[in-house]
Design a protein around this ligand. Structure first.
Ligand SMILES: Nc1ncnc2c1ncn2[C@@H]1O[C@H](COP(=O)(O)OP(=O)(O)OP(=O)(O)O)[C@@H](O)[C@H]1O
Length: 553
């Protein structure tokens, strides 16, 4: 900021010495000025480096905290929130906020410092001229406030619309097989295009506001310079100012004008950042509806794994008006196999979700070894439960990594352990048939594997976890005879010595279970073993069997 001052002094030295005897003063002033330039250049380089790195660090930390906050939320939160929206917050909102508080903040601070020192220097060089010039500041400030508010609102709307577009793209790309099977590519393209077109409309509004604001601030800057020339010329004519002072003043005024332009751009970026930030804080500060990692753990030695539902009432938070369980009671003794049967939509999978404490009942209790699971640490509880669902979801990594995912610390799992559980799960033969064996990549959600293969990997994963309690959801779709046999044998081995609740679709499973519980419209209506239930003349179970809705394997 001292450069214009020195430049003015140099001009005055030259003009006030018509004899030309000013070389020593000129050298001194030029040396001083080059020193100033050097310091300025070094400071600028350091500023850019620090701002870039701290900017990235802020974005990284924001992303990590946000991801951690999202993963801790209760499952009901994910029932209501769209994945694409969360992805958009993680990627786009964090980048916008990060940029706004670093690079932009640095430019803003620089512009602010330049403007205030510039104004100070203007007063130092000519208080009279400075007062005259700064009368244009208040109208610009009012304009800036109106513009900032409008931009903040617009950014929030833009980010929301962008999130909707991301959501649509994410869902359709993730389910491309369904889109293809129904031949809906063109419809989906049109839907997506209309969503991004709306984002474009908002961007156009922003561009108009921005153009107006920048035009106004640019014009004000130029008017400042013009008025300095006019008023300064008059002051010089009346010998109240030297040519060097007017030059210095002009340069300061020019800098102040530039800084005001910089400040307006800083302000608009800051407003955009705050627009995106509001949505981020909401999520960062959200307290999970269910505790994440707190509560009691039971004594491992005396742990039995007996489960009991007592007078449970439950509705899903996303649809509180539809009761799923009303006075639901069921006892699953330790070490026994209980088969849960019932029509589609009767609440079988909900029983599993409640046992995993993905949701809490409205009233009644679910207990493990006589202890209400709400008192237990959910992480500990889930570590004691293994699940194999109808259509197991695998992650897009290797087969070995997918199996090791079952262990508490996957990085500590050895290749031998993985191979051993794969053997028990009847998975070794097909894994070995792949050229890359256990290192074969399974694709997103395991799309590169067949249903039976995915199930056996999920069984191996559950075996590695070695849980006391098993919650199984048998596949409804019939596998071919060989696969069927291999999966069934693997499941039988997995069930040995554990408390098992199995959502049963196969007659053989039902027949072998210690107890069959028949669920209908959220209530257990019959309970007993296969033969006992079949013996009831008007029993629902008997009717279900007659409908032959079970896979008779
Ligand atoms: N996350 C959810 N939010 C709101 N309602 C849900 C949710 N999940 C399931 N439901 C509803 O709860 C009821 C019971 O569903 P559930 O999946 O437990 O049935 P199910 O007996 O396992 O059915 P199926 O045999 O077809 O898998 C259904 O009416 C279903 O629409």
């Amino acid at each position: 900021m001292s450069a214009p001052f020195f430049l003015g002094r140099i001009i005055d030295v030259i003009y006030t010495n018509p004899t030309g005897d000013y070389s020593s003063s000129l050298t001194r002033l030029c040396l001083a000025l080059s020193g100033v330039f050097l310091c300025g250049a070094a400071a600028n380089a350091v500023r850019v480096y620090l701002m870039q790195t701290s900017g990235q660090r802020i974005v990284n930390r924001l992303r990590a905290s946000l991801f951690s906050s999202v993963l801790r939320q209760e499952v009901a939160f994910f029932d209501k929130t769209r994945t694409g929206e969360l992805i958009n917050r993680l990627s786009s909102d964090t980048a916008l906020l990060g940029r706004s508080v670093t690079e932009n903040l640095s430019d803003g601070l620089r512009a602010g410092a330049q403007a205030s020192v510039g104004i100070g220097m203007m007063f130092f060089v000519s208080p009279h001229l400075a007062t005259f010039v700064l009368s244009v500041v208040p109208p610009i400030s009012i304009l800036a406030v109106i513009y900032g508010r409008y931009l903040r609102k617009l950014t929030k709307l833009t980010q929301d619309s962008l999130a909707q577009a991301t959501q649509l793209a994410e869902e359709r790309i993730g389910n491309i097989r369904t889109v293809r099977a129904f031949g809906k590519e063109m419809t989906e393209i049109e839907k997506y295009t209309s969503k991004v077109d709306f984002v474009m409309q908002l961007a156009r509004k922003e561009a108009i506001a921005r153009a107006g604001f920048f035009g106004a601030t640019g014009l004000s800057g130029n008017l400042i310079v013009l008025s300095v020339l006019y008023k300064g010329g008059l002051l010089m004519g009346s010998a109240h100012m030297t040519v060097g002072e007017l030059s210095s003043f002009l340069m300061y005024a020019f800098w102040v004008g530039l800084s005001i332009g910089g400040l307006s751009s800083f302000y608009s970026e800051l407003m955009k950042g705050l627009g995106a930030g509001g949505r981020l804080w909401e999520l960062l500060e959200r307290k999970p509806g269910l505790p994440f990692d707190e509560g009691l753990t039971l004594n491992e030695k005396s742990f039995q794994g007996a489960l009991e539902f007592k007078n449970v009432h439950f509705t899903y938070p996303a649809r509180p008006e539809v009761p799923i369980f009303q006075d639901f009671s069921l006892s699953i003794p330790s070490g026994s196999v209980t088969a849960l049967v019932g029509p589609s939509g009767s609440g079988k999978s909900t029983v599993v979700s409640l046992l995993l404490r993905l949701y809490d009942p409205l009233s009644g209790t679910i207990s493990l070894d006589g202890r209400d699971i709400r008192q237990l640490n959910p992480v500990w509880l889930r570590s004691k439960i293994g699940t194999v669902s109808q259509e197991p979801i695998l992650f897009s990594c290797s087969i070995a990594e997918n199996i090791a995912y079952g262990a508490e610390d996957p990085s500590a799992v050895t290749a031998e352990q993985v191979e051993k559980v794969a053997e028990v799960a009847n998975a070794t033969a097909f894994i070995r048939s792949f050229p890359q064996g256990f290192s074969t990549m399974v694709g997103e959600k395991g799309v590169l594997l067949s249903g039976g293969q995915k199930q056996r990997i999920a069984i191996a994963r559950a075996l590695l976890k070695n849980p006391k309690i098993l919650l199984l959801d048998e596949a409804t779709s019939a596998l071919d005879a060989e696969n069927e046999y291999l999966v069934q044998e693997a499941l039988d081995r997995l069930m040995e010595g554990r408390t098992v609740l199995i959502i049963a679709h196969r007659l053989s499973t039902i027949k072998n279970a210690n107890m069959v519980a028949v669920l209908d419209r959220g209530k257990i209506i019959e309970c007993g073993n296969h033969d006992e239930l079949l013996a009831k003349p008007d029993g629902i179970y008997r009717k279900l069997m007659n409908k032959q809705s079970f896979v008779s394997a």
